[in-house]
Design a protein around this ligand. Structure first.
Ligand code: NDP
Ligand code: PYC
Length: 334
């Protein structure tokens, strides 16, 4: 199936509103899902509509939650998502985050009490578009074992970073601190494909290449003890520090419903002009020199694949597996 980006967006909005979600939430979600499909981030593109609708139908998510924005201090904006989805809460808080970082140099946006399922790069890219450096992190459900253990403690805990580059795409990375995102393993299961060894262990703690066994066992962190420590940091900063749930808390809060995780998110913005002062321009040049040395070796920058996919999709639309399209149509009431 080939769809234009406008069709992907409409399919997203229609599917979510058909299932009872308020239109402002549906549009915020459809924007990030469309961006995921456009950039060929398949685990967080249209596929996510299935888990969104699942969470809606299980009665967990507040469908018309109105995010409440509170200016906690000149540096901290808190948005209480009211147990709705995260995207509208982020949209409502972003302007304050940017204004605060522009005027005082460093600012935080804390989103609390949100159902969260999206990739983080669309958020940090929006911060970089304002000329700021962005860093975002969030827990999920406890699916991931610590290095040296075999039982789930951490979430897949993604972390995203964006560095603005005037006149070109920002430098952006965004990855789960697990060896792969859970969505990737789910997509392997849907396609009946094996997963690489090293992504997960089965319920008995043995390495597995079977997606179903992995989902029922424990996922592994990337980079052994290093990924494990980063995953713990995200539990602390994106959970404990901001007065919200860790991945283990989120799992308990779920009460076996197996819907998308509910917790908080921490988003930070840094103003390179205020932090760099008289040397800000020099800092930007050093950054470019580093990016050039990476590329000069034939290595690629993170997100380069996405930006290339974006260009193709903007011209030609996106390709969608027939089975996924059928599954989504069945949820959309069309
Ligand atoms: P990937 O492993 O697919 O990608 C990680 C990052 O590394 C990307 O920025 C990617 O850029 C870059 N990259 C990949 N290969 C290379 C390479 N050879 N050289 C340089 N850079 C490279 O990400 P994950 O599977 O870990 O995560 C996928 C998504 O899932 C993320 O967007 C994340 O936010 C989301 N997620 C969300 C969760 C949530 O709770 N909300 C939980 C877990 C994950 P490129 O994209 O260009 O390949
Ligand atoms: O793919 O790991 C994942 C994930 C968890 C929550 C949303 N995506």
């Amino acid at each position: 199936m080939r769809l234009s980006l406008a069709e992907v967006f409409r399919l997203g909005v229609d599917t979510l509103t058909h299932n009872g979600l308020a239109r402002d939430h549906a549009e915020s979600i459809a924007r990030v899902i469309t961006a995921g499909q456009r950039d060929e981030c398949h685990s967080h593109g249209l596929y996510r509509l299935i888990s969104c609708v699942d969470a809606i139908r299980k009665g967990k998510v507040v469908l018309d939650a109105v995010p409440e924005v509170e200016e906690v201090s000149p540096a901290i904006t808190r948005v209480d998502a009211g147990f709705g989805f995260s995207q509208l809460a982020f949209d409502r808080g972003l302007g304050r985050l940017i204004e605060n970082a522009q005027s005082i140099g460093i600012a935080a946006l804390v989103v609390n009490n949100c159902y969260h399922f999206s990739a983080l790069w669309p958020e940090v890219e929006r911060i970089a578009e304002a000329g700021l450096v962005g860093l975002a992190m969030t827990p999920s459900h406890s699916w991931v074992a610590p290095a040296g253990g075999g039982k789930p403690v951490f979430g897949t805990n993604p972390m995203a970073f964006a560095w603005p580059r005037p006149g070109q795409h920002p430098y952006v990375f965004d990855f789960a601190t697990s060896a792969a995102a859970r969505g990737e393993i789910e997509l392997h299961r849907r396609a009946g494909k094996k997963i690489p060894l090293g992504w997960a262990v089965d319920a008995s703690g043995a390495p597995t290449d079977d997606a179903e066994a992995a989902l029922n066992g424990a996922m592994l962190t990337f980079g052994g003890h290093k990924g494990s420590a980063l995953a713990a940091m995200i539990e602390l900063m994106g959970g404990a520090l901001i007065g919200d749930m860790t991945s283990a808390d989120s799992q308990r809060f779920d009460e076996g419903a197996q819907v998308t995780p509910c917790h908080g998110e921490l988003i930070l913005a840094f103003n390179p002009h205020l932090l760099g002062g008289a040397k800000a321009a020099q800092g930007a040049q050093s950054a470019e020199a580093m990016f050039d040395s990476i590329r000069a070796q034939g290595a690629r920058l993170p997100s380069q694949r996405r930006f290339e996919a974006r260009e193709r999709a903007q011209q030609d639309g996106v390709e969608l597996p027939e089975g996924l399209y059928r599954d989504i149509l069945a949820l959309s009431g069309r």
